[in-house]
Design a protein around this ligand. Sequence first.
Ligand code: SAM
Ligand code: SF4
Length: 327
Amino acid sequence: MMRDGYGRIIDYLRISVTDRCNFRCVYCMPPEGVSLLAHDEILSYEEILRVVRLLGQHGVSKIRITGGEPLVRKGIVEFIRNVRKIESVKDLAMTTNGSLLSGMADQLKAAGLDRVNVSVDTVNHERFADITGRKHLTEVLAGIRRAVEAQLTPVKLNVVLTEALWEDDLLYLVEQTYNSPIAVRFIEYMPIGRLGIKPGLDVAAIKNIINKAGYGCLQEDDAVKGNGPAKYFRLPKAQGVIGFITPISEHFCPSCNRLRLTADGKIKSCLLLNNEIDIKACMRGGGSDIELYELFLKALQEKPGRHRLSEGREEDDLTRRMFQVGG
Ligand code: SAM
Ligand code: SF4
């Protein structure tokens, strides 16, 4: 079992398989001047599988595949099939923008993917296009439906709180939890990289709107499967739940259980810290599994007790944007 310097058990690895994306979300990717990794800078699937096997021997049983957009990387279904074959992997999830999901949900399920999180920040076509740079809301909503039908469940919707989310979006999303066993999660925007985003409704305002909308009172609910920091609530008689993820207003660092692996082979012990440890050089230089594992142990020692983003210090200093880490 792996523990960091603060005694936290680390059993969850988030793997970014590409920095490429078919969207340009304003809070994630700069509109211009994005420099993308060359093909040979990106870890091969074999290299990633080696890491999953190795960390599996040390208690890492939860894997999330992210990006950029993971579904744009060639061979992703076969890769999922190979991750699934690794016995230590007990929970295999993916975060996707959903635009390609309707055509791939069945294949992903058959390959062994357990569940998906789909990002959708508004259900208004115009505001969706403004925030993502693409007019693909229809495809995303179809992807969500197919994911539920394919039982990539629990399907979770990631809604970043920006000015794109209006009250009518909020109520539409909340209503979906009545008819479908989905989890709608409202996520505080993390001000990474001076992208000039105005945060939208805050958690208190959202709860207030829901409570006033006549659905009944939100009841705390901890029945949802997940590895993360969301706090869940359910409306009376709803199939699904509503979650809140508050990295800024109420950080959850003391219960952090994760490491991240970037597409170019760097271990990041914290999303909001620049420290990185290169494992690609070790792997491509013929490093042994013991040498590779030592690099992970070093990352664990560097993992901070908590981030300082709410104090406003780090946002300008962070070297990576979200699409280069995977959220
Ligand atoms: N392309 C996939 C997607 O959009 O779901 C996976 C990668 S994306 C970087 C992972 C998650 O990070 C998404 O849910 C996205 O909304 C979220 N995200 C990106 N930038 C963010 C920011 N500045 N603050 C909060 N969440 C952010
Ligand atoms: Fe792409 Fe996801 Fe970033 Fe949007 S949030 S630009 S879909 S990686």
